[in-house]
Design a protein. Structure first.
Length: 111
């Protein structure tokens, strides 16, 4: 978290779980990230993070763990889906820094 905060990044998690469920999860795990509840899956589906999954040979629909890097103007700059946990945080942080450099260069009149 401190590294993302030093880059002025805001981390937000969203799932179809209830607000109460998020509160318990955050409390039990010391989570300080903003957790949003979308039980109707409207935002989740609009971002393409709801889809077919398989568990123990059974198909079902659910959240596809995904990460979206969104710039200050609200444009999606990068998507990781499905998320591979190993090395993911480092990869997102590295990409965030590259995107920030690109945005800075563009704001100074670069290509």
């Amino acid at each position: 978290m401190p590294e993302f905060e030093s880059e002025n990044a805001v981390l937000i998690g969203i799932s179809a779980d209830s607000v109460k469920s998020h509160e318990r999860f955050a409390q039990n795990n010391g989570i300080t990230t903003i957790l949003l509840s979308d039980p109707e899956q409207s935002s989740i589906r609009s971002y393409g993070a709801w889809g077919k999954k398989t568990l123990y040979g059974k198909d079902y629909e659910g959240i596809v763990r995904s990460t979206y890097l969104i710039d200050p103007e609200g444009r999606v700059r990068w998507i990781w889906s499905p998320v591979k946990v190993a090395g993911h945080v480092e990869e997102v942080l590295k990409t965030l820094r590259l995107v920030k450099k690109d945005l800075h260069r563009q704001s100074e009149g670069g290509d």
